[in-house]
Design a protein around this ligand. Structure first.
Ligand SMILES: C[S@@+](CC[C@H](N)C(=O)[O-])C[C@H]1O[C@@H](n2cnc3c(N)ncnc32)[C@H](O)[C@@H]1O
Length: 255
């Protein structure tokens, strides 16, 4: 690994294991395909930048995505920090998206300011994050090693490292910012010319039954497809309690 930028908050050695899991699991590829479809539907026509791309599986689903991460690896186009988002060839981005990155950021508002500065007027930020709903808190506390404590997501929204080597994670981040403190956060985002366009929940059972990146797939992909179709029928008023993920869309106010 070379060209690291500052503030690394994630163990880069996990990349190879993730790639192996990705290639092994049909179910994982199906569910992430559905997730990237959601991201794509929220994107506007034009350039797409991804922050924290990891092994950059986004390339399989989103045409012309420009991939980045805290280090330049074989997987991504460029090293770029969430706190110093760059325009490439002087062009503002029409879309900036990040999956499972926000909850690793010690200064999420600094990320929003940086993204707003690199975004074209009317452009969008699309975030996919774990949701600390009732089911989310139960499931992630049981099956995932990172903390999920939305009560700690409080103003001024600046956090100290809580892992090894200065790493930080709190899977309660999205619920803390966009449900529990939404009006405070909206006011801060307005300072960067950003508005909250939508906050939606998704994923209940099909996603955990893929086994994710670290466990074996529990059900055949054909069954997961049926489950995912059924999940698409669940209303958002129920998802607020049982959704495992949130999709947050912000928009930069046009001049
Ligand atoms: C949980 S992984 C998600 C990877 C990928 N988005 C995915 O969905 O498979 C979190 C990613 O965020 C990146 N990341 C963490 N802190 C970051 C920062 N300050 N700037 C840019 N990326 C960051 C990590 O390097 C890692 O690739």
């Amino acid at each position: 690994m070379t060209d690291k930028v500052s503030d690394i908050t994630y163990d880069l050695d996990l990349l190879e294991a993730s790639r192996t899991a990705w290639e092994r699991s049909d179910g994982l590829r199906f569910i992430y395909g559905d997730l990237y479809g959601d991201v794509q539907r929220n994107c506007l026509e034009g350039s797409v930048l991804e922050i924290g791309s990891g092994i950059a599986v986004s390339r399989e689903f989103i045409k012309n995505v420009y991939t980045t991460d805290v280090a330049k690896t074989d997987y991504v186009d460029q090293a770029m920090s969430a706190y110093a988002i760059e325009r490439v060839v002087q062009t503002c981005w029409k879309n900036i998206f990040a999956i499972d990155v926000l909850h690793h950021l010690k200064q999420p508002l600094q990320f929003f300011q940086s993204a707003a500065g690199a975004l074209a007027p009317g452009g969008r930020i699309i975030l996919v994050e774990p949701a600390a709903t009732l089911w989310g808190r139960f499931f992630y506390s049981l099956c995932h090693h990172e903390p999920i404590v939305p009560q700690l997501i409080v103003p001024p929204f600046e956090f100290d490292a809580n892992g090894v080597d200065g790493e930080f994670a709190n899977m309660g981040m999205a619920v803390g910012l966009f449900r529990d403190h939404r009006s405070i956060v909206a006011a801060r985002l307005a300072e960067f010319s950003l508005t909250v366009k939508s906050v939606r929940y998704r994923d209940v059972l099909a996603y955990p039954l893929t086994g994710g990146y670290s466990k074996p797939q529990v059900l055949p992909t054909s069954v997961l497809r049926v489950l995912a179709r059924l999940e698409a029928l669940i209303p958002q008023c129920l998802y607020r309690f049982i959704g495992l993920r949130m999709v947050i869309v912000l928009e930069k106010i046009s001049d």
